[in-house]
Ligand binder design. Sequence first.
Ligand code: AMP
Ligand code: ZN
Length: 474
Amino acid sequence: MNDTVTFFNSLSRSLEPFKPIEPGHVRMYTCGPTVHDFAHIGNFRTFIFEDLLRRTLKFHGYQVTHVMNLTDVDDKTIRKSRQAGLPLRQYTARFKEAFFEDVDALRIERAEHYPAATDHIDDMVKLIEALQSKDHTYRSHGSTYFSVASYPEYGRLSGVDIQEDTDAQHSRVDHDEYEKDNARDFALWKAWSPEDGDAFWETPLGKGRPGWHIECSAMSRALLGDHFDIHTGGIDNLFPHHDNEIAQSCAATGADFVNHWLHSEHLLVEGKKMSKSLGNFLTLRDLMARGHSPVVVRYALLSAHYRTQMNLTEELLQASAQAVERLREFERRLRAHLLADHPNPLPAEEDGLEEAKTQFKQALFADLNLPEALGHLFRLVRHVNGLLTRGTLPPQRTQAVLDWLKEVDTVLAVLEPEAKASDPNEDKVKALVLKREEARQGRDWAQADTLRAQIEALGYIVKDTPQGPSWRRI
Ligand code: AMP
Ligand code: ZN
């Protein structure tokens, strides 16, 4: 069977076979949440698509180094922290925490790195200085701007044409987000103004703060290098954010930046993008208060192909709850069948497992066609349920189906969690390792050492590698 994975690359606007730069190892960057509020279900549609991508790559057998940034300084975080009368760091801390609670509840596998923008200001300054030295910037009123006219390849991703846009050289924008599909010079470093309050850094670029776009270019470079495999985000990130990232990174380093760009479509509410600015958003907490379990929300968000728009309706949530229960019931039935005595076994019937395995994998590897893959899975469930009823599935085939169901669940993550017979501390250790990595990212070495001692007290050692922390039992 052909095990090649293909993805729709937004850069070439076509399906392309995926090949990592370093054989067997995928490095990917996903634009993370702006921590000015609780992430909404639209944001989580994108984060769950990225989780599916990560889990599919691992299902294939790749090692994955995944970076998701936390935007904890930009126009929105500053405005909201000022409205709340709190220092920026204190204001964003509670939404970072809430984000990770939701991530865990939705069974989104943790990335290897969650860099916060405010911990990488030096990297941003260095990147802007590199752009300065190559004449891609200019200063105005204490701010530093990227000149799109200085980079003729600008707009490769969105197709925006700076030649047609005769105003490009004169048109400049200070806001982090701008909707209009035309090339504009954008702020790399914004001079401090009184509305920024405590959100400033004294740097060689002056007193100020980074623009949003440079944050991702600098953090991806710091953790994944100049050139890596995959970059993703929601479709609204494509322009201007990702076109700006490409311009900044390629112009500064002269190297290639990203090979595969993947974008997920929006979650809609009555035909409009779910967004905080439109006020039409729901959080995971809202849905849980209405009685929906996070795992059902997860399944619902996974059920549409990532490149189609979707609505989250009550009917979809109900159908998702049934689908999850069907899979869980199937697992319980297989286990019960294994435990039962079979004194006079009937002749075995063809179970269809091998065919389902091939079809599931092929669909998943064809640009993450999970809806089709789920079709193959449920066909197998229906068929095998028939065999279980008739008593024509021998124990070793029951075990094979169960093993595959568990393998499939490394991608879906909707089955009942297994009883942790092996080591009750496993989850605790993983959480401590991730907490320690956060402390290290924040250069809080004392806290990192305390956490290392706690990890060792539970019988594990942790090692820091260029791909992130690894840990094992002593
Ligand atoms: P933000 O916190 O606004 O920076 O957004 C975080 C991620 O959520 C980005 O990748 C956005 O593209 C994505 N996103 C925002 N709104 C939606 C939506 N309605 N549907 C899907 N993805 C979204
Ligand atoms: Zn980004």
